[in-house]
Design a protein around this ligand. Structure first.
Ligand code: G
Ligand code: MN
Length: 264
């Protein structure tokens, strides 16, 4: 496959938004207590006209242009919320959508207004939206404005999740600084949980920490039955990963929703 240089890639991404080449896949987040899912994570894919389906790693990191990352982020949030509302309108049991938010979006003073307006236009209750923040969003103590924005969003009823927990700088410190509803344990701690005592101990401690802080906790990247068993024995209640489901196109999620429709 021919490789594009950064400038070409950026030019293509600008067109991709207008040409509707981006799509969202949705990965169910399973609740082990109820054996069903009540939320999905929206994950962007690029249906490239010549290069096939591209994953975020293939293009997101190359977008140096801050404004472009913001534009893509806005498209994702709008599209994900529209989809969730469409499923509600079709009468499925309502589910929540988790959307990844980049640090660049939080640098926009208008970000909170954008979220409020989007929910308002779509008429979606804020409790059906979760924002996944990676730990590198708040690095400096002087990011008071970002912290305020997160409080504002959370006070409206939007849920806040800390993504890739345990990979960032002073992870636990974030739990003190910002309002958090849910921790997502990074997949690197889950990978060998069934045969590495240290990983198992770290995950157990995180589960206890979340319990004491009254937070939800989800294990990411669960791929095997052995990992699942280990998590079950530690009373982990929520998991996401290939073992249960890969990220799916909206039509596939809809098939799952049909199977769990209330009253059917
Ligand atoms: O940073 P974040 O956790 O949001 O990244 C989610 C990414 O992880 C997505 O690109 C998704 O496709 C991928 N992913 C989801 N489930 C699994 C899994 O079970 N194993 C692996 N290796 N990757 C996964
Ligand atoms: Mn995520």
């Amino acid at each position: 496959m021919q490789t594009l240089n950064d400038t070409e890639l950026v030019a293509e991404i600008v067109n991709a938004i207008d040409n509707n080449e981006f799509i969202l896949h949705y990965q169910p987040q399973f609740n082990l207590t109820t054996s069903t899912f009540d939320s999905v994570e929206a994950l962007i894919r690029w249906q490239h006209p010549r290069r096939g389906l591209l994953m975020p790693v293939d293009f997101i990191n190359f977008v140096e242009n801050d404004n472009l990352i913001v534009k893509i982020g806005e498209w994702v949030l709008k599209t994900a919320c529209t989809q969730i509302k469409a499923w509600q309108n079709k009468g499925f049991t309502p589910i929540r959508v988790a959307v990844n938010v980049s640090g660049q979006q939080f640098k926009q003073e208008t970000f909170v207004d954008f979220v409020i307006n989007t929910l308002h236009k779509i008429n979606l209750d804020p409790s059906y939206l979760e924002l996944e923040l990676s730990e590198n969003i708040i690095i400096n103590d002087d990011d008071e404005l970002i912290i305020q924005m997160i409080y504002q969003l959370n006070n409206m009823g939007i849920l806040i999740a800390l993504d890739d927990f345990g990979t960032g700088h002073s992870s636990v410190n974030h739990l003190k600084k910002i309002p958090v509803n849910r921790i997502k344990i990074d997949k690197k701690y889950i990978k060998n949980i069934h045969n590495n005592r240290n990983d198992a101990a770290i995950v157990k401690s995180l589960i206890i920490l979340a319990e004491r802080l009254n937070l939800q906790i989800l294990a990411e990247g669960v791929e095997t039955f052995m990992q699942l068993q280990s998590l079950l024995s530690q009373q982990c209640k929520e998991i996401q990963g290939y073992y249960f489901s890969k990220p799916l196109p909206a039509e596939e999620v809809e098939k799952l929703l049909k199977q769990t429709r209330v009253g059917c």
